[in-house]
Design a protein around this ligand. Sequence first.
Ligand code: ADP
Ligand code: MG
Length: 836
Amino acid sequence: MADQITPMMKQYRHIKTGLAQDVILFFRLGDFYEMFFDDAKVAAPILDIALTKRNNVPMCGIPFHSVDAYLAKLIKAGKKVAICEQMEDASESKGIVRREITRIVTPGTVTEDNILESSRHNFLAGICRSENSVGLALLDLSTGLFMGEEEKGSIQLFRDLLRRFSPAECVIASEDMNDPELREILTDAFSGIINIGEDWTFEYEAARDNMVRHFGVHSLEGFGCEGRKAVVGAAGGVLYYVKEELRRQVGHIRSFSLRNSAEFLMLDEATCANLDLLPSRGQNTAMTLQGTLDVTKTAMGARMLRDWLARPLADLNKITERHDAVAALCENRSVMAGIRETLGRVRDLERLIMRIVSGSGNARDVRGACESLRNVPALKDLVGKLSSKLLVEIGLNMADLPELVDLIDRSIADEPPITIKDGGIIKQGYHSRLDDLRAAASHGRKWLAEYQASEQEKTGIKTLKVRHNRVFGYYIEISKGQLGNVPDHYNRKQTLVNAERFITPELKEYETKILDAQERAVALEYDLFMEVREAIVKETARIQETAGAIGRLDALTSLADRALALRYVRPVMTDGCAVRITGGRHPVVEQMPEAERFVPNDTELDCDGNQLIIITGPNMAGKSTYIRQVALIVIMAQMGSFVPADKAEIGLTDRVFTRVGASDDLARGRSTFMVEMQETANILNNATRKSLIVLDEIGRGTSTFDGISIAWAVAEYLHNHNEVKAKTLFATHYHELTDLALTMSGVKNYNVLVREKDDRIAFLRKIVPGGSDKSYGIQVARLAGMPHEVIERAKEILANLEEGELGESGQPKIAKHRSRRSKIDLAQMNLFSEKN
Ligand code: ADP
Ligand code: MG
């Protein structure tokens, strides 16, 4: 069969040469998809199936009905798969069956539910550079979301953008791929598949033309991106790739939105990770802010909330609108309960509509859309009881489409089968001709039963049976013992071991009627289904808008639910500089099941006397938790959430930076001191007066004195540079840094209260003014269960060191004087302090 010279192999070769090298071809052969040659060699181990050989051609195959599961494995392994179907019935075709590639699935363009995570977008990115700008277009084919961003000036900001959205795949023009800067960023910040697109598809005129034609608009004015070469190039390029190269349906992509990065609070990827905002791909959500805040009821809501978290706002009005909406929901608990209950009955409308529009949707998807839309009037009604600008808008954006719901309700069966080609989809009573055909078919079945009874009677053969199979159609079966009684007009068709099979003219006549009716009924059902589908497709835009509104409502309701359940307060937003928090808590740590009772703490940060807060205290005291909690409260406030505090005033922040010392960062596999310094450099270069910086133990990745020196110089820079002067929280176990406050007016010292009694310590988790002057390293070591002997010996050594320190110069603080210790002392000190 797989002979190289057979016509089929010729056809295979022909189809394969039309594909890019790295695309695996699923070649439909009857009930299987077969892979040949290198495709088979690559796929077999990933799919865990046998690699065989026929006529020296390596091959492997998978049954067509489980294609989704196999496809999922290849896509997860980062492969692209072209699906080639038989375009005609094998029994009806003369010669070789016509085969065509119907679609190419890639990691960035999967729409299969079993591969996608419902709570996150799966993005395919288009990237295009034009002079000083870089455009990024992001397309989620599974929902139709299509948006773009443009970074002007600093191409480095593009790195953050790429990291934040972590697309699964990207397309880029070959000339841009040769741009060393872009190439470096892609290598560093992007781990998905890179496709090289044709240059002309990214050129402004062609890309614009492609967009204009796809959306059926006169210009890109309405999307706010007319003349924006980089972003239009990226969008047009990505659209071309999906439509032309991958041959995918794109009818559900109905709009494009240009996001303006100035409207959002910037969070780089390191910050998202350090603060555990979102789980990374495949990771559990429990220990993240998303896990704490997400009690959404729908997939749309979950994706929306995730977007809000990754991109909090930086626009006072918009933030206030969200807070107003959350407040309105909180004040009307019964309305909110009603909304949540109703949302519980809404399915993933965005992905349902995508499947229906792209032609892969079945009657269950149509039913699902109907059952979801059915809840819209109730949602509108409930939302209408609340007075908040955003909620009113959401209500207006929801279309209840009663005619469509009614149409689907009348036409599509309540529990239709998966396939749309075997009937059983359309309800009784919807279409009179269909009902007639069905009646004819079922009447025929009744006739058969009667025929069997009457033939039994006439022939006296009690065991005579009327049966059906695919080869003979209907026939009469009579067992061997009774063959003597078979009437002459029975026509023998087949002899079995125990029985013989006969047909009669009467039986054949009826068979034609039954089968005819049945076949016509099934064909009619299919046509009727297509009509209903078309009616839905016509409403794509309104259904998508409704789905978006439901997502926003769900996200807001989730925030309101959390606000009530977890005792959050509404933050007061200002365009000033100060961040003042009373009784602030860490939203995730306070929820940990086996945690100690969480101790709330206050915060006072501004651009003057409280610009740089140094928090000292021993390891395990609670420094990291405290500084992260402040950043999280700011982020929550700006995403529209209430915050875990008794009271909070938040000055609008443009960017949150975090830097976590190397040894705290091991879990992320980025332990090198170099990375730490790069990230610190990034902060110093990009922070503004409106930024919030969280520095946790920076300088830890090197020797103590190096570390203290770098930490000190960084703090000085942040404090003294007028363009920077960002609000900063600086946690360190180098208590030497508390001396910074002596000379710098914006620096305040705080420490985490520790109770010391009989050489033992207890952590009180309270942040109090003043610096701590001890490291309590030995006490922490004791808590950790170090052997008694080691603890005692360490105390001896410490005493020696401290004596030496004072004995030599009389001054205990290292920052003021250089080289007051002997070299040996330094070395010992290093050894010891590392473990501090
Ligand atoms: P540090 O950074 O000072 O070494 P961490 O912030 O890592 O300390 O906190 C150590 C542990 O103390 C954390 O695991 C956390 O569970 C607990 N903790 C921190 N702050 C508080 C608090 N305010 N209330 C209760 N437990 C806390
Ligand atoms: Mg820490």
